[in-house]
Design a binder for this molecule. Sequence first.
Ligand SMILES: [Fe+2]
Ligand SMILES: [Fe+2]
Length: 426
Amino acid sequence: MKSFSSLLGPALGALGAAAVLLSPGEARADGEHWVSPGLMLSVSFGDKTNFGLGLDARYAYVLRYQSVGVGAFAQASWLNFSSAGRFAAGLHGGGDLSRALFGLQGEVGWTYRTALGEEHPGGHGVHLGLGGIGMSIIDLVFRGTIPLPGEPSKPEFTIAAGAHFPPMYGMGSLIIEGRPLRVGGRYILPGVARKPRRGGARPVRLDDTTRLALASAWRDDARGECASIPSFLALSRDLAAAGAPRDLVQRALAAAADEARHTRACAAIAGDLASMSLVPELLPAPPPSGLDRTRELSRLCVESWEDGCLGEGAAAERAQRRATGAKEEGMGAALSMIAKDEAQHAELGWRIVQWCLSEGGQPVREALGEAVAASPEGPAREDLPEAEPRAWRAHGRLGRVDIEASWEKNLQMARTTADRMLSARG
Ligand SMILES: [Fe+2]
Ligand SMILES: [Fe+2]
């Protein structure tokens, strides 16, 4: 096994480089440990054609909300329904490229196949794999086995189809409070600078688990709100460049200022709960899309539907329900202010959709029709933390039922409005 250990160094180096390439420069997201078991079917070619039925277990350290990660894998396949088998272990890295529709992953490690009878000896080899991930859970991987020097086995090429649940690189989404910041088709959240502070309104009646859960939920709200600032600045710039009416451009700018207020309010509440000073990092606005005007109008229209009419519409509904339940000082007022602003941002979303339809004609109409048909039936998945339910609600948080009801109520109204706009001849 001396030759194997000499290969491990370069392999680890290559995977490290892949991990650096995979981490988005603008993101400062937290990571989490993630385990994902899976099944796979494979056909391999080389010395002999083999059919395999196997298990593929993954561990990954994934960036929360980003669906990218690196980690370790272990695979075992039963070959040709005989006593032969193939085993592999190593490192893998990858992630979703387009909002969970398509992703890529790579593997590097060690593999061993048992003999397939006397004429087909087994042996150790280097395992290399590259593949695509569909809808976060299915994958198609091309793998190569290069025998280690001195091994009697021959090189092999394998095509494997598999399924993993939960997904290999995390569930990837959260409910973002405010208009999300899209960079390269991915939602980005800023990091938060934190400083210990003395005193402050540290609540005394909360158990540590609940306090931590509340602080981190409000901190994530602040991150989402802060991400909306560059998002609205970019929207304002792109509307101006596309020749939108002045009031739409100005309302997008004003919305960026609203989001700055929301950021401050949420960060102050999170800071009080954590006895820290929390300041989310202001990220740069994404670059202009570079699309021609018709496509740009379609993009603005679809994004305003998704992020404004659906996203901010549901955020307004949630904030209203949160304000009703919030009993702690200052939280109800902050949430009422956010609810009012988010409703206006959703309304701005509708104004933009309408303007894009009237300017862009049929191609924009078709793009919006497709987006409306593909609207998610439920809100983004979010794991609710363990917390004392009464305190959770009194501190302006919602349970699953209210989160889903907010989405459904807004979706129904939004669909009706969109259908009316789409059926009106413009
Ligand atoms: Fe907001
Ligand atoms: Fe907003």
